[in-house]
Design a binder for this molecule. Structure first.
Ligand SMILES: [Cu+2]
Length: 331
């Protein structure tokens, strides 16, 4: 529920605090009149808050992490539900200016994460960003506000250039999932694959992710593009629907069913599959289908174990062959 705030934020905090003192609870979204013109309809009180720590990693990489010393590429997957508001405090433990810029959600200029809107964080400093995931609704004119549910992402927008080109190149990116009420939840943490120049997650085979899951589990993939190149993402032996969730609404659904999708810079999509459905356990390749890119190492394995969690002999042999094919690959 969003409001047009008509008082400065400081006043809203005071009002909220007073209400909390009186009623023992905090209002989620203050409703106050407007004095100084319209301002963006972004929440004032977060539903959830968390910290991200950006820091230098090995191999010239820089990543985001949930706790100091645990940065990763990609950074932590952030998840919101439509209607929620997320506050993220970014702590810059690296030696370069950086930020966090989110796709798909709503924010005021101060949470834009760009140099233009003074959203960068100097080394040793911290900054708090606030993001809202609007829910769909009907506007007064009868048209539809589509909401914000989707497979989105966040990334640096300050390092190297005003577009964060240097930060993205070094690994400052991650997935942001906004769910709609009723969306099915996966059985495991989402598998996030970022096609960043000639790499998945800044790695080439055989160092790309090799996620292992059990046959029959509901598995969620999030695929994101970054860098300078156009890619195509292909997953072997599985298929999904080319829509918001990757899921068919009914058995008569007419949306296109695909197993390969174009991914340009900052494109993102996701889907859920049942691991090994119709095909069983195996080492199932995922790769960029631009042939020259896959030949340069843009590939990995989606490893489906038996329902009981065992690797079959055939799967083990395939993993060995895959590793042998890529001996000497770049870490
Ligand atoms: Cu490619």
């Amino acid at each position: 529920m969003i409001t047009r705030s008509r008082f400065p934020r400081r006043a809203i905090i005071v009002v909220s605090a007073l209400l909390a003192a009186v009623t023992g609870s905090v209002t989620t979204h203050a409703q106050v009149p407007q004095a100084d013109g319209p301002r963006p309809e972004v929440c004032d009180d977060p539903t959830n808050s968390l910290s991200l720590f950006a820091e230098n990693m090995g191999g010239g990489r820089i990543g985001y992490g949930r706790v100091p010393g645990k940065a990763s590429v990609p950074g932590p997957t952030l998840t919101m539900n439509e209607g929620e508001c997320l506050q993220v405090t970014l702590v810059n433990d690296s030696d370069k200016r950086l930020s966090m810029h989110a796709h798909g959600v709503a924010y005021t200029p101060s949470s834009d994460g760009t140099p233009t809107n003074a959203g960068c964080v100097a080394p040793g400093r911290a900054k708090t960003y606030v993001f809202e995931a609007p829910a769909p609704s009907t506007r007064p004119d009868g048209t539809v506000d589509p909401g914000s549910a989707g497979y989105w992402h966040y990334h640096d927008h300050c390092m190297g250039t005003t577009h964060g080109t240097g930060g993205i190149r070094k690994g400052l990116y991650g997935a942001l999932i906004v769910r709609r009420a009723g969306d099915p939840l996966p059985d495991r943490k989402p598998i996030v694959l970022v096609m960043n120049n000639i790499s998945f997650n800044n790695k080439t085979a055989p160092h790309t992710p090799l996620p292992q899951v059990n046959q029959g589990e509901r598995i969620e993939f999030v695929v994101i593009g970054h860098g300078e190149l156009m890619h195509t993402f292909h997953l072997h032996a599985h298929r999904w629907v080319d829509n918001r969730t990757g899921l068919a609404a009914t058995v008569r659904d007419t949306d296109r069913i695909i197993d390969n999708r174009t991914v340009g810079p900052a494109d993102s999509f996701g889907f859920q599959i049942i691991a090994g459905e119709h095909v069983g356990p195996g080492a199932w390749m995922y790769h960029c289908h631009v042939q020259g890119h896959s030949d340069l190492g843009m590939e990995g394995l989606f490893i489906v174990r038996t329902p009981g969690g065992e690797l079959t002999r055939e799967t083990k042999a395939a993993i060995r062959r895959y590793k042998n094919q890529h001996e000497g690959g770049h870490p």
